[in-house]
Ligand binder design. Structure first.
Ligand SMILES: [Zn+2]
Length: 634
């Protein structure tokens, strides 16, 4: 039995959920008000003690087991939930040598980054070479106290200064450690040189305030690039880091909002002026990981953007560029609108007037900055403003052109009421009937790769676990099948295959790792996937691969070579069917209690489910997937 199963066996889900939710027993299940969405009328939250699973049939439409429950309730990562539940269950997590070594190694890298930051800070304050850096800070009005607070520094104009310093007795960092911390660069011939030379050094800290990387500003005209960042290292992951978060986190929590600026020095100036809830992006598009971190502190985010960044060009490119691409623009409204829906956030845009940046505004007119933050617009409003600016919307051609440009953004809005409100707004603005707008935009919906429909879970039975495992093994063997699955689902306007299609927490984690590996590399190997998976699950995955479960029954009419694709579609189909059965059960008990509201809500959910099931069977029996015995001559 794996540790995960062992823990699940020993944790009573009714106890765990009962800590925050008042549960009422009804038959074999317990019901209550969902703790994850505001509801007071209909108890739509169900717990199955036998299988150790839960599900919300209301607004969240999500579910899982004890792990996913705790992760969602307390905003934890899988590893954190695992450790908490292991302690609670009295199960000892296996200590592994490899992660421990890795932990020691990252401690070492952290010490190197920290030593470098301290030394840079000392040089800025004391070294004659740092005069230009000090002058630069003075012209920007940055005080000595701020230099200390943000631990600003200076890197000498020398190819080996830092390397020699960190190698001193008492420090004793090896070349490899310095390379791995992103501080020096190794040439092919084995020689190495300092990455940062003659630059103003801005240490980037993790949320606990430990230096993990650097932003470095050039001080001499012609030194390119103007800003040089640490490379991606074991410590420093740009997609998960925001500049200044360790200092801003309390103010963000207290004010309920975070202001995100583009430049490090903009953030520093803001803090000096007393705007303490400001963080800076790291020069890349904001990622889901970054928002997920911020989401634990606040729900509203204000993006303060330069006129150039926020401009129409960036916006139109942003729509087409995949998020992982290096060339991704900082401002990607389409991505933001999706994050809003997915993470239930309120993201607003503060576009600065041409030629101004936050730094100037904050220093010369702090009151104006306050007003600009207050008046920031929802992303969609901002997109509509920019796209309609300078257009004469009197002619039918111009009206259509605007709808064509706005359409791709509108369909990304997850909430149907909000979507309808924008359609109304556009209809009024263009002076056309609302129906015409809706019709025109529906062609984008058909192209959309995202549906916004229920995910599923069901009480785990051995057969369920086997099916999930079979699907995972198939996908681990041929990860690119996932793309075919998503394309097929999208074609029928069904949501992409998702971690929530798996009920078991370990399976979900493995699937997430697979997804991440797929977006990082084109042809991920098994090791690529394991690298992205919590070490406590490695042995499990190995077991699944070594002893894969038997193939679930597959319709003989279907082409059997599709392996992963069919296993995934089967899993989705099974999920939808089980959910349907669960809802029927709930409808029955609701009608026994004469609860008309519940019955209405549940019946609607049921209709949506059967609609999805219909579309799903159209995919499974699409002509290209029916076995064509005459086509391949073997
Ligand atoms: Zn809910």
């Amino acid at each position: 039995m794996s540790v995960i199963d062992d823990i699940k066996d020993r944790i009573d889900i009714v106890d765990l959920v009962g800590e925050t939710v008042k549960l009422k027993k009804s038959g074999r299940t317990y019901t209550g008000f969902c703790p994850f969405h505001s509801n007071t009328r209909t108890p739509s939250f169900v717990v199955w003690p036998e299988s150790g699973t839960w599900k919300c049939f209301g607004a969240c439409n999500t579910g899982g087991d004890v792990f996913t429950y705790l992760m969602k309730r307390d905003g934890l990562e899988f590893r954190e939930a695992l450790e908490l539940l292991a302690a609670r269950a009295g199960v000892e997590l296996p200590r592994r040598d490899v992660p421990q070594e890795a932990a020691e190694k990252s401690d070492r890298l952290r010490e190197a980054a920290s030593a470098a930051a301290q030394w840079f800070n000392h040089l800025l304050k004391n070294n004659p070479q740092a005069q230009a850096a000090r002058d630069h800070l003075r012209t920007r009005g940055i005080s000595d106290a701020t230099v200390e607070k943000f631990q600003l520094g200076y890197a000498l104009d020398d190819w080996h200064a830092l390397q020699s310093y960190l190698a001193l007795p008492g420090k004793g960092f090896t070349v490899d450690e310095m390379v791995d911390a992103g501080l020096i660069v190794k040439r092919d011939d084995g020689s190495a040189f300092d990455r940062f030379r003659n630059r103003l050094m801005i240490p980037i800290h993790d949320w606990k305030g430990r230096p993990i990387g650097f932003g470095a500003r050039a001080l001499k005209d012609g030194d390119e690039p103007k800003y040089l960042n640490s490379p991606q290292t074991e410590l420093f992951d740009k997609s998960k880091t925001l500049y200044g978060l360790h200092i801003a986190k309390n103010a963000i929590r207290e004010s309920g909002q975070a202001v995100i600026v583009e430049g490090y020095l903009d953030a520093i100036t803001a803090h000096q002026a007393g705007f303490a809830n400001v963080v800076a992006s790291l020069g890349t598009a904001l990622t889901e990981m970054q928002f997920k971190q911020l989401q634990k502190l606040a729900k509203r985010f204000i993006l303060a953007l330069d006129a150039d960044t926020a401009g129409v060009n960036a916006m139109q490119r942003g729509y087409f560029v995949p998020e992982r691409d290096e060339m991704v623009p900082i401002f990607n409204p389409s991505g933001l609108i999706r994050f809003e829906g997915k993470l239930k956030l309120d993201i607003r845009v503060l576009a600065l007037p041409e030629g101004e940046d936050p730094d100037d505004v904050i220093r010369s007119e702090p009151q104006k900055w306050v007003e600009m933050v207050e008046q920031a617009k929802p992303v969609m409003d901002y997109v509509i403003d920019v796209l309609s600016a300078g257009r004469s919307l009197g002619t039918p051609k111009e009206k259509t052109a605007l709808l064509d440009e706005v359409g791709p953004f509108i369909i990304d809005i997850a909430d149907s009421v909000e979507r309808a409100a924008y359609e109304q707004h556009l209809a009024r603005m263009l002076k056309v009937p609302e129906r015409a707008v809706t019709e025109h935009l529906s062609k984008f919906a058909a192209r959309s790769k995202r549906g916004h429909i229920a995910k599923s879970t069901e009480p785990s039975s051995p057969a369920t676990l086997d099916r999930e495992r079979y699907c995972l093994v198939e996908l681990l063997r041929a990860p690119h099948a996932l793309q075919a699955i998503d394309e097929a689902l999208a074609r029928f306007d069904l949501p992409p295959f998702d971690a929530e299609d798996f009920e078991n927490a370990a399976h979900r984690e493995a699937f997430r790792a697979l997804r991440t590996a797929l977006s990082d590399t084109t042809r991920p190997t098994r090791d690529d996937v394991l690298d992205r998976l919590d070490p406590s699950l490695h042995a499990d995955v190995q077991t699944w691969l070594d002893a894969p479960p038997a193939k679930p029954p597959i319709d003989p009419r279907l082409d059997e070579t599709r392996g992963g694709v069919d296993a995934a579609l089967l899993l989705r189909e099974r999920n939808l069917k089980t959910q349907g059965a669960q809802i029927e059960e709930l409808i029955r008990s609701a009608s026994e209690e004469d609860d008309a509201d519940s019955i209405r809500e549940l019946s609607q959910a049921k209709r949506s489910l059967s609609d999805q099931l219909k579309r799903l069977s159209r995919i499974r029996y699409a002509p290209e997937w029916i076995r064509q015995s005459h086509s391949s001559g073997s």
